[in-house]
Design a protein around this ligand. Structure first.
Ligand SMILES: *Cc1c(COP(=O)(O)O)cnc(C)c1O
Length: 824
């Protein structure tokens, strides 16, 4: 009552969400948080002031969220373990969740400030490589929106994903100093610190009760410090947290060595410890067997499990019930060492017997696989694993011994099975197979799209799936419609809400389908087209300011943005651009739908062919964009530094979404979904979630081309000969010839030799085999685009029918089928 009366009389300056209240709070924060008077404040200061103002309004829900997890042992809490969380800029998303975007916009306008400019000023925490990290962020958003108690556990990299610059056409990597200014969305939690050990040796010791216990004497101990970021659900009532760990030296200075004059070595020690969370490894797919990376993985896993045990203990529940307090999801195998670490904590530290500990462990974990590329399955060389985690290797051996015993007992007829299922790859050198560890230690294993889950069972993890058929399941990925429609595409969001209200924002699947009935409505179509045009103008502006490339918003915006990888086949797209260019030059009078072909994406710094592809795109752009013969009809742009922030401008502006990976290689894709819910029509192969997207939107609303997974396997079994595809296809032969002879490298004939040679003699991803089918399909897409009503209908139906690709649906499935957590 007292609080209520006070609200009525004078609103709390830190929670008041009225226009006037926000205005006062921003001014207050501007002065007290940045130390600037209004007249001297720069854009960054305004950003800080607005961010603190919004943060204040989240804190109540934030604290309640933490209390709920720490005080309510009856509700199982989800712990989402992921080495990456690509959360993107926070300010806009948080204002949207709280519903204060418009009052804040007005408040700032009254101060002479533009909200959009301030929002765009926020540096992006690039704590992930691409799809996997972004998925984790969408899942956190959905968990909060659905009111499911959850903690995301990860790593607070000091340097996130590198910033990509393009210099003379080539990728250059620059360090990402996202913490140059304090990040207003995190709270360092001094109270949540855990010691994490590394290296050293183990020996047996007799405990006071006479039992034998293993003692681990580490070579090194570091402290993991929690930094919490709030994740507020849509509507602002429920808040979860993202808890990211930073490594610190146990003692900032070792005074004993310092006193002995060993100043350098004591400082060195501190530097080593802090190195662990210094930088994100920028490899998207193939793992990199680096010692520091294993240290990163272990640090965040150990700290997270210690934190969960601490919370469980504070609830007063017995250790044997740990799995009733937490459901832990392993996002790929990066945190898979958690299986061994939980066993160690339960058995070595808390004295639990092995069988009970194993039962708790296997009821706690579930594992999501993210890849179909065998070379991307994580495996650690045994000597390296032993050096960093000597005790865990012993535990892995013991898990394996018991597991293989059960394998041999169950299948005496197949003596080779144990070798194939073993947690240890016995080829020389020997490795720990992390996917096997994760599978054996989990109660559920899922792929991320229907096709992917089938192929996992059939090929990649076939033997494990045959042994544990009940564990394997599918949860198709999704994306959050808040960030990836409501926030990033205000024009289309308004157009949608005008017809069906705003409930789609948190009931996407149920509501968005209602757009179907307006697909042919001329008024609605006109509004739809106007929204798309607005978004294309926004991207045109971006391309002009950062690239000095002039796009035509009336052209078909044909977009491929994602990590650069051979399996994703950006080079297939480039070959198509070259063929189109040649057609136009040969036949200037031809009927041609004007196109802007837009690329974006980062290559792993050591991935040579991916970098060649980026150079090729830029060199082709240079030739095409300066050739008056094709002016106004064909434009090529490579948008540098593709990330969440630029994605929020790019996805909404696309007419045509390029999802052209070789069938059987992309686990799911989520870019395909972001494009789709923003009204792009997909041209794609039957790969990943494309398959389900096509089934939802209808085959007449999807441009399909290319070999199927089975056809790919048949071609490869029969012995694939790329050069054979040049015979009947002079356009393809010409394009490759031009690349080879220097037409797109300023006359330098050697420049693209590695790329061309690879395509002609190896072409692992069947680019040449799919080229003809791709060209035909592109022609069909262009013809359809020439009919605006037909195209707009397709675009509307794509959005209306993609409701199931909301991450809210994915999270509901995880809750029901895997975590056993109640959800609305
Ligand atoms: C969605 C997203 C991805 C994943 O894109 P795919 O097309 O699924 O590979 C990668 N990077 C960023 C920044 C994204 O937002």
């Amino acid at each position: 009552m007292a609080a209520k009366r006070r609200t009525a009389a004078s609103p709390d300056p830190r929670t008041d969400c009225s226009r006037e209240g926000l205005r006062k709070a921003v001014l207050d924060n501007l002065f007290y948080a940045t130390g600037h008077a209004q007249e001297n404040a720069a854009r960054g200061d305004w950003y800080t002031a607005v961010a603190y103002t919004v943060r204040d309004r989240m804190l109540k829900a934030w604290v309640q969220g933490i209390e709920r997890i720490a005080a309510d042992g009856d509700v199982r809490c989800v712990a989402y373990l992921s080495a990456e969380f690509l959360i993107g800029p926070q300010l806009g998303a948080n204002m949207l969740a709280l519903g204060i975007t418009e009052p804040m916009r007005e408040a700032l306008a009254s101060l002479g400030q533009d909200l959009d400019a301030i929002v765009f000023h926020e540096p992006e925490p690039g704590l992930g490589n691409g799809g996997l990290g972004r998925l984790a962020a969408c899942f956190m958003d959905s968990l909060a929106t659905l009111g499911v108690p959850a903690i995301g556990y990860g790593i607070r990299y000091e340097f996130g994903m590198f910033r990509q610059a393009i210099e003379d056409g080539a990728q250059v990597e620059l360090a990402d100093k996202w913490l140059r200014r304090p990040f207003p969305w995190e709270l360092p939690r001094g109270g949540q610190q855990y010691e994490v050990r590394l290296g050293g040796k183990t020996h047996m010791e007799t405990a006071p009760d006479g039992t034998l216990r293993v003692q681990w004497t580490p070579a090194k101990t570091v402290t993991a410090c929690a930094h919490d970021i709030p994740v507020v659900g849509h509507g602002g009532t429920h808040c979860n947290l993202l808890r990211l760990w930073r490594a610190e030296a146990v003692e900032a200075f070792d005074f004993s060595t310092f006193n002995a004059g060993e100043y350098f070595s004591s400082v060195h020690d501190k530097i080593f410890s802090e190195t662990i969370t210094k930088v994100l490894y920028p490899n998207d797919d193939p793992y990199q067997g680096k010692q520091l990376r294993l240290g990163q993985q272990y640090l965040f896993v150990s700290a997270s499990l210690q934190d969960m045990l601490h919370i469980h203990h504070s609830l007063g529940k017995p250790l044997e019930t740990f799995h009733t307090t937490f459901a832990i999801q392993l996002n790929d195998t990066h945190p898979a060492v958690a299986v061994a670490e939980l066993m160690r904590l339960l058995v070595d530290v808390h004295g639990m017997d092995w069988d009970t500990a194993w039962s708790v462990t296997t009821q706690t974990f579930a594992y999501t696989n993210h890849t179909l590329l065998p070379e991307a399955l994580e495996k650690w060389p045994l000597p390296l694993f032993a050096e960093v985690l000597p005790r865990h290797l012993e535990i892995v051996y013991e898990i394996n011994r018991r597991f293989l015993e059960s394998v041999t007992a169950a299948h005496p007829e197949d003596p080779d099975l144990a070798r194939r299922l073993s947690l240890i790859d016995e080829t020389s050198p020997r490795f720990v197979r992390m996917a096997h560890l994760a599978t054996v230690g989990s109660k559920a294993v899922n792929g991320v799209a229907a096709l992917h889950s089938e192929l996992l069972k059939r090929d990649v993890l076939g033997d494990l799936a045959a042994f544990f058929p009940e564990k394997f399941t599918n949860v198709t990925n999704g994306v959050t419609p808040r960030r990836w429609l409501a926030l990033c595409n205000p024009a289309l969001a308004a157009c949608i809400s005008n017809r069906i209200g705003t409930r789609w924002q948190d009931h996407f699947e149920e509501e968005i389908i209602r757009l179907e009935e307006f697909a042919d409505d001329p008024d609605f179509q006109a509004q739809w087209q106007a929204a798309k045009l607005t978004n294309k103008q926004r991207l045109t502006h971006l391309a002009k300011t950062i690239l000095r490339v002039e796009l035509d918003p009336a052209a078909l915006f044909d977009v491929q943005v994602k990590r650069i990888h051979e399996y994703k086949r950006q080079h297939l797209n480039v070959l198509r651009v070259i063929a189109l260019y040649n057609r136009l030059r040969r036949n200037p009078g031809m009927d041609f739908v004007p196109r802007a072909v837009i690329f974006g994406g980062k290559a792993a710094p050591a991935y040579y062919l991916a970098k060649q592809i980026i150079l090729l795109v830029n060199r082709v752009a240079e030739v095409v964009n300066t050739d008056p013969a094709v002016a106004g009809r064909l434009r090529v742009a490579f948008v540098p530094n593709f990330n969440v922030r630029s994605g929020q401008v790019i996805y909404p502006a696309a007419d045509l979404s390029q999802q052209i990976s070789l069938a059987g290689k992309e686990a799911s894709g989520t870019g395909n979904m972001k494009f789709g819910i923003n009204g792009a029509v997909t041209i794609g192969t039957l790969d990943g979630a494309n398959v389900e997207m096509r089934a939802c939107v209808g085959e007449e609303n999807f441009f399909l081309f290319g070999l199927t997974t089975d056809e790919v396997q048949a071609v490869q079994r029969a012995g694939y000969s790329p050069a054979a595809h040049l015979e009947g296809n002079p356009e393809l032969a010409e394009a490759l010839d031009q690349i080879r002879s220097g037409v797109f490298s300023r006359g330098d004939a050697g420049c693209f030799r590695p790329l061309v040679d690879n395509l002609l003699h190896r072409d692992e991803y069947l680019v040449l085999a799919d080229f003809a089918s791709y060209m035909d399909c592109q022609d069909r897409a262009a013809r359809t685009y020439a009919d605006p009503a037909a195209w707009t209908r397709m675009s509307i139906l794509n959005v209306a029918r993609l409701g199931m690709f909301s991450s809210d649906r994915s999270i509901r499935e995880y809750c029901r089928n895997i975590w056993n957590v109640p959800v609305e």
